[in-house]
Design a protein around this ligand. Structure first.
Ligand code: ADE
Length: 239
């Protein structure tokens, strides 16, 4: 088993959802990764099976209880489990392709989906939860974020993608946005495919694509452009 995902959620019926379809779904059916979905509410012990309570100190919303989530984590991921425990949260460290790559190289992850205003800080601290955010916006819960994370990881597991598409990852691994793509028909609504792409000159095509990638990255993502290594000075005779 390449990657063992355990998901803790209050809405287990949301899974596998899109993870059961297409690339991730086929890989799941083929045993290239596994998905164990557990209901946090099953770890509640009182008559009402309550999982949340009002925030200490007052304020709006409800907080996921440390005792209930702690029990759910201990059942799903005992102390000897080597897999990281991730808590999907808008205040987490950003999900990047580098983190996705690290996770894909490991044994799996326990992914906890937050709900309500938050999770009792004591369970985050005592169970070593790593908070992860998929972007600077607030979802109504961590479930969609967990699916985003798992989808991004699963496509990097060896054997999940054919070798024809595995290069797609390079768009982020080289720190650049992808260059524009074209396919037949050669002309559409009066617009032709750029000449260079039908020239048959692989060197020119590669240089054009790199220039396009650089220009797009500078325009749309100055933050990524600023993080690029300084350009290699051109030697004489280079084009
Ligand atoms: N839960 C709510 N919003 C989220 C976000 N942006 N990333 C991860 N988990 C979340």
């Amino acid at each position: 088993m390449s990657f063992a995902a355990t998901v803790l959620t209050l809405y287990p019926e949301m899974f596998p959802g899109p993870l059961g379809i297409s690339l991730a779904g086929k890989a799941l059916a083929n045993g290239l990764w596994s998905l164990d979905v557990r209901n946090i509410r099953d770890s509640a012990t009182d008559r009402h099976r309550s999982v949340d309570d009002t925030p200490a100190g007052g304020g709006p919303g409800m907080v996921l209880r440390a005792d209930v989530l702690g029990r759910a984590i201990d059942e799903a991921s005992p102390p000897e489990d080597a897999r990281p425990r991730l808590l999907m949260s808008p205040r987490g460290r950003p999900l990047t392709q580098a983190l996705v790559r690290d996770l894909a190289a490991g044994p799996g992850a326990t992914v906890i989906c937050g709900r309500f205003e938050g999770v009792d800080q004591r369970v985050i601290d005592r169970r070593g939860l790593i908070e992860v955010s998929i972007g600077d916006y607030v979802l109504s819960g961590g479930e969609l974020a967990a699916m985003v994370l798992i989808d991004a990881v699963v496509r990097l597991i060896p054997g999940v993608m054919g070798k024809e598409s595995s290069g797609t990852e390079e768009s982020f691994s080289d720190g650049l946005l992808e260059y524009p793509h074209y396919t037949r028909p050669a002309e559409w609504e009066g617009e032709a495919i750029p000449d260079v792409l039908v020239s048959g000159d692989h060197g020119r095509v590669a240089r054009w694509r790199r220039e396009q990638s650089l220009a797009l990255t500078r325009e749309r993502r100055p933050d990524l452009a600023a993080a690029l290594p300084a350009e290699r000075p051109k030697a004489r005779g280079d084009r």
